[in-house]
Design a protein around this ligand. Sequence first.
Ligand SMILES: Cc1cc2nc3c(=O)[nH]c(=O)nc-3n(C[C@H](O)[C@H](O)[C@H](O)COP(=O)(O)O)c2cc1C
Length: 141
Amino acid sequence: MLMKCLVVYYSRGGKTAKVAGAIAGELGCEVCDISKGAPDVSGVDLLVVGSGTYGGNPGPSLSEFLQSIPESVGGKAAVFATSAGPKPKSLPKMSSALEKKGYKVVSSFDCRGQFLVVNRGHPDEKDLENARAFARDLKNK
Ligand SMILES: Cc1cc2nc3c(=O)[nH]c(=O)nc-3n(C[C@H](O)[C@H](O)[C@H](O)COP(=O)(O)O)c2cc1C
């Protein structure tokens, strides 16, 4: 059976949007910018959620979205983030919000995103290739 996937992201400065596009392209699914409105997640088998990291948090509208979605029975999810530094705190926050809604978080991905003069040019092509590999691997989860 074909798995229905959906990528939902928040990106204040466009870096996470690039990663979201790479993941959705690999999965062949829709990609939704949460700042343009919350999507309907009913019937989605794999919900992939991502954000930049702002003061250790995902974007506020993404957090609100995760609080607003209905409880899932057996739904799978995956999370991704861009950040200035390694181990972004936004990732476990998105994971735990999804787990509270009954999702099983099967995988996570993060890469650096340019912040002022730090990580200049990131996410770069290698980061996007790693994001596509993360997405390919999701198909087997
Ligand atoms: C207001 C603000 C706060 C940030 N706070 C953090 C942070 O706490 N930790 C971190 O690793 N990066 C932080 N960053 C860097 C961003 O997470 C990083 O540049 C990210 O790639 C931005 O993604 P976007 O272009 O999709 O918004 C911050 C950036 C901004 C603009």
